[in-house]
Design a protein around this ligand. Structure first.
Ligand code: MTE
Ligand code: MO
Length: 199
């Protein structure tokens, strides 16, 4: 109440309670890739959504660009403990992309050029919580950060934000992706510190 100690006077906490447990703030944008950077030209880029009944929907780059875009500013949290606040992206909401996709599946496997995979509940991709992004800070997304397009699911640890996204496969049951098979948590909520199996 009204007591401001010298040296701290007027200085707001940098993170405003936006730092999940066990995380530290970084101003950098580290690159974390399990293998080599993929280089996928937009001329051959394609996104496919396959439902649990085998129905396939496809988008070319031009199709993706024709969809209405949003520019969310969000905080991202990597399981290696860095958090970056206020990152601004441009992309298509999964609500828009999946509008005409009929599915009763509860889970999705995100599949990437290069073979990386990660699993998510379908609900975590909907209701304004996830995007397929192709710009970072107003610039085309660099290949090292998943360009031409990556998944952005900021409310989960950043390993769920699949780079070089190639497709979404709907699944009736949860299945582990690349890191989840190697011991990472199946869901990965940074606020509950769900880093590894058993967390
Ligand atoms: N295709 C692909 N996507 C991926 C990864 C990967 O190795 N391959 N690494 C994940 C992990 S562990 C993190 S923390 C983020 C890192 O994204 P960045 O390199 O843009 O910081 O991408 C995620 N998406
Ligand atoms: Mo990560």
């Amino acid at each position: 109440m009204g007591i401001i100690s010298p040296g701290f006077g007027g200085r707001r906490r940098a993170d405003d309670g936006r730092l999940p447990p066990g995380q530290y703030l970084t101003e950098d944008f580290p690159v974390l890739t399990a293998g080599p950077t993929e280089f996928v030209g937009t001329d051959r880029w394609e996104l496919s959504v396959v439902t649990e009944t085998g129905t396939e929907h496809r988008w070319s780059w031009a199709d993706l660009m024709a969809l209405p875009a949003e520019t969310p500013t969000v905080d991202i949290h990597c399981v290696t403990k860095w958090t970056k606040l206020d990152t601004t992206w441009t992309g298509v909401s999964l609500d828009v992309l999946l509008e005409d996709v009929e599915t009763a599946a509860d889970y999705v496997m995100a599949e990437c050029y290069g073979g990386y995979t990660t699993n998510l509940p379908l609900d975590d991709l909907l209701d304004g919580k996830a995007w397929i992004v192709h710009k970072f800070g107003g610039e085309d997304l660099p290949a090292r950060h998943g360009g031409p397009a990556r998944l952005l699911v900021p409310h989960l640890y950043f390993w769920k934000s699949a780079k070089w996204l190639r497709g979404l496969r709907m699944m009736d049951q949860d299945e582990p992706g690349f890191w989840e098979t190697a011991g990472y948590h199946t869901y990965g909520d940074p606020w509950r510190e769900q880093r590894y199996w058993g967390d």
